[in-house]
Design a protein around this ligand. Structure first.
Ligand SMILES: [Zn+2]
Ligand SMILES: [Zn+2]
Length: 483
């Protein structure tokens, strides 16, 4: 090779390297400035701290009686305990306020500070300090199951509060301390928040009873009130739902191909009515399930902001069980989405496993259900590569739900975002109905649909299938209402 060709090649390679470097810079800046939410970007992402501890001891606060205390005082000191003496100019204590611990009346209460809306009081009889807000609270005390010390509320998060045993004599803490390696101990001494060392209890505001309210089988819409022929409605649903075409595109297609004049807004209205109608059957159909479920969140754009859809999915039967929609990614919605899975079992199977991403909300949801006597295992597949054995074993399941998410996104994208919250609710319901009952799935035997309804098999084409499905939904609602 001639030396001039050689140097030319090196020059070219150098130029190319510069271009690649420049493109990488551009790419990273595009990524950094992208407004799409990053699903791994979570401030609380600290798995080690999310271990679930056993339940605390719940102790009813011992109630004292101020009359007995006054008597005791008299016996011990020989003098009666007198009410609080107040200066003529000082603020009086409202007569409706009494000590939450011993019921001493207002005469025995010192006013600790004079702030108008948050008065703090001290009881002269039992020495309890309380304020206007918590004067009725504190009927119970939470105690550490390891050392019996009272737990201290350290944080209020959305939907739950965190209570901690602060004692360093606690056997739980001592055991953790001994379990640290020399290196970890050094790191811990430098930064005390690095490891979860203390017993923690999360007190959820949500109760299981609230989740178990009876399903709403009432539909505000009846098929006969939809103002177009069944065949046209079937066409609209096929274009709009199966092919994910926007209202406007569906309207254009109906006009160009079928000479039908229907506006994009009318199509969206129809879609909402149909979503109401099919929702009871889609959500409460007695699906035959496996014991492998996976969950994931995806985001959609509503009124220019990113909102979330939570899916739970039977990985084997390819059935969508939960399609919760929320503005936020929070623990309460994760709890509700998991409820859509567990409510289907009369008895939750012993080996029930939920495969999810690394989002801590699922671990917190697991803690919530454990507290309510419902046990299952949350398996988190973290990151993009199989750094641990768990990720390796369960990644295929994770990929299954990621595929579902891609299918949903591909279906939703052409719609180009929603301008009200009713839009995504209707769309995700219709998508779920389509996915479970109408959409052939390549990984199922002979590419069949996940849930086979014989009545649909008999239909000739997709518009007819939709209409049949709507009739079955009406029938489903009627049967449920009759029970
Ligand atoms: Zn008192
Ligand atoms: Zn303790």
């Amino acid at each position: 090779m001639s030396s001039s060709l050689y140097s030319d090649l090196i020059k070219t390679i150098n130029t190319q390297q510069k271009i690649i470097f420049y493109l990488l810079l551009q790419l990273s800046s595009i990524y950094a400035n992208s407004k799409a939410p990053k699903l791994t970007d979570i401030a609380d992402l600290d798995y080690q701290k999310l271990t679930v501890d056993e339940l605390p001891k719940v102790v009813e606060t011992e109630k004292l009686d101020y009359k007995n205390l006054l008597e005791e005082h008299l016996i011990q000191t020989g003098k009666p305990l007198k009410p609080v003496k107040r200066h003529a100019s000082s603020k009086t204590v409202d007569t409706t306020v009494c000590c939450p611990h011993c019921q001493a009346p207002s005469d025995f209460l010192y006013l600790n500070n004079g702030q108008a809306d948050n008065d703090q009081y001290r009881c002269k009889v039992c020495n309890t300090l309380f304020n206007h807000k918590n004067r009725f609270l504190k009927e119970i005390t939470l105690k550490c199951p390891h050392c019996n010390d009272s737990l201290v509320k350290i944080k209020q998060r959305k939907g739950f509060s965190i209570h901690k045993c602060r004692s360093t004599d606690c056997p739980y803490y001592q055991k953790r301390l001994k379990g640290l390696s020399k290196k970890e101990l050094k790191a811990f001494q430098k930064n005390k928040t690095l490891f979860k060392m203390h017993y923690i209890y999360r007190d959820f505001e949500l109760s299981l009873a609230e989740l178990e309210d009876t399903p709403d089988y009432k539909s505000p819409v009846q098929l006969k009130n939809v103002n177009c022929s069944p065949h046209v409605l079937g066409l609209i649903l096929t274009y709009h739902v199966n092919y994910g075409m926007s209202g406007e595109k569906t309207a254009a297609l109906l006009y160009d191909v079928h000479q039908l004049k229907i506006s994009g807004q009318t199509i969206r209205n129809y879609a909402r009515s149909v979503a109401h109608l099919v929702r009871p059957m889609t959500d409460y159909y007695p699906y035959e399930l496996s014991d492998q479920f996976c969950g994931d969140e995806t985001y959609i754009r509503v009124q220019g902001k990113w909102h979330y859809i939570y899916f739970f999915f039977d990985a084997e039967k390819k059935i969508i069980l939960s399609h919760r929609y929320n503005r936020h990614r929070d623990t309460q919605t994760a709890i509700k989405a998991i409820h859509d899975v567990v409510r289907r079992f009369e008895q939750v199977p012993d080996n029930l496993k939920l495969i999810v991403d690394g989002n801590p909300i699922y671990k917190l949801a697991e803690a919530f259900y454990a507290q309510n006597g419902i046990g299952f295992e949350v398996i988190q597949v973290i990151g993009l590569t199989n750094k641990d054995a768990v990720s390796k074993e369960y990644r295929p399941l994770k990929q299954i739900i990621e595929r579902l998410n891609r299918t949903f996104k591909a279906n939703y994208k052409p719609l180009g975002g929603f301008n009200s919250e009713a839009g995504p609710l209707a769309h995700v319901t219709l998508f779920t109905t389509f996915f479970n009952f109408l959409r052939p799935h390549s990984s199922l035997e002979k590419g069949r649909v996940p849930v086979i309804l014989p009545e649909l098999e008999a239909c000739e084409d997709m518009p007819q299938k939709w209409i049949k499905l709507l009739q079955l939904s009406e029938q489903f609602i009627k049967e449920k209402q009759a029970i």
